[in-house]
Ligand binder design. Sequence first.
Ligand code: DGI
Ligand code: FE
Ligand code: FE
Length: 196
Amino acid sequence: MEEKQCLTFAQSKKLIRKLLGDYRYEHSLNVAKEAVKLARQYGADEEKAQLAGVLHDIMKDTAKQEQLQIFQRFGIILTDLEKSAPKLWHAMAGAAYLEHELGINDAQILSAVRYHTTGRAEMSLLERIVFLSDFISADREYDGVQRLRRLAYENMDKAIVEGLAFTIGELTGEKLPVHPDTFAAYNDIVMQMKVK
Ligand code: DGI
Ligand code: FE
Ligand code: FE
């Protein structure tokens, strides 16, 4: 069956304007902009990158209780680790909301939203673009962001692995659980770089 996207960029913007606060709305526009640039650099579909970018945090400002209701409504079972880490929920809830509430059936866009926080092993080009755009968008201000922005356009996988290492370092520093997909993403890229 022909894939249909169901939403234009303009419609997506309007939609997230209602669902997100000012800060998160601006962040989403910045991620969309960065995703288009990365898509151009690495030969991905710029329109899909823009849509996935603008929609990636669609559930970020939604109450935890409502996110849990989304999981329940669509039969999504959380692991114990996921239950204990509410910051991971918006990615899973976002993909489910896009698919089931908005009727978006583009599997590439759905999985780019689904895995934008943790990453996973063998990420697709679109998944990697959204993951990285989220890390280097214009509103990000952490130490080393300039270097990571440069690296993102030179070697996407090196930049992603830097991002993952940073996140894993932060999480372990605070003794927070690291999702298996985060480790899998990290191990996958590191091992591929060693083989090369
Ligand atoms: O939604 P954003 O703030 O734009 O960015 P994001 O979706 O990457 O979320 C980042 C947050 O998610 C940050 O507080 C760290 C957390 N996070 C990322 N990977 C993991 C994680 N938290 C846990 N517990 N485990 C992870 O593997
Ligand atoms: Fe997010
Ligand atoms: Fe984000």
